[in-house]
Design a protein around this ligand. Sequence first.
Ligand SMILES: [Fe+2]
Ligand SMILES: [Fe+2]
Length: 341
Amino acid sequence: MALRKKLESWVAPRNAASMRWRDVLFGGGVFDVSGDHPNKKGWEIFELGQKSFWAVPSAIPWDEPIRENPEYAEHIAAMLTFLCPGEKAAVTGASYISNLVRSEEAKFYFAEQALEEAKHYDALRRVIPKITGRPLEAPNVWVRFLYSFGVVDRDDVAFMMGNINIIGEQIANQIFHRINHRAVDPNLRKLLALIGKDESRHIGAGQRFFGEVFDQFEKNRRKIIAKNLATSIVLAFATYDLVKPMDALDVDLIEIMDSMYKHYHDVTSGLPAFPEQAILEKIVAHLRKQTPKTIARIRKATDESGRIDPQKLVAMCEEALKSPRMLRDVLENLPFLARAA
Ligand SMILES: [Fe+2]
Ligand SMILES: [Fe+2]
């Protein structure tokens, strides 16, 4: 209870953005003109975004070629090709979040983030063919699953904010950072640095705004945790083809996932504990340990045309939340479950 109080005082969300009949008839909501921003840190990050604004058309001289080290060029392009559709999905996700939050701070910030994700998508869509000399490849079925079912649920703001700002951005930013470490072309490096700077701010925003959707998180937590577990499995499928580029670029997915789990823990550890907390911690500990084996097992059990039914996958993961024993069964029988899904 004390923690809950602390959380409420931390965010103190104020409705300055809803557009209901009540707001039309009596004022308030979107018609609030007080300019009060109790989530001071949230408002500051919205202002910081404006100060850091950059434009894709003038970010680099687009008529100049990109000259990347031939040893790494294809690997860099493969990683960016993996991240690119996620940027576009994040435009949709951040726009939905902006529609669903009630404070002026959050609504304005997420509208800003949606525009920044659009810039990231546009920048990557332009730069990848300049590295490879080929048109941008369309994402495969696993990547499409990851960036739809794993990112967007227009009825679940807490799920979207958690998966975009706490989990997704953290993973993507670490990948951008490692690619930039290997890249040599100054224009590509400049572009990646601009995107990376935005992503760091988006990660910070997750910490500043998650409290505003805490009620929804509390209400949907079972479903959200199950969907996160399912998304981890889809992520393993989606990144399997990237094993070679990741090795070449020193991108250690296990290390990245580990740092993401730590970040997730940092953001959520200030929140009140749930009855499922012990099971959630077991899930995380197990995933950290088993991810490499799991990736191999999942891949073995499916063929190229295999399909996942998202609903079945989530139902399966929900079952696993009922007891550590069932969870162990689910994780140890992934090949069978993947085939059945
Ligand atoms: Fe982005
Ligand atoms: Fe982002």
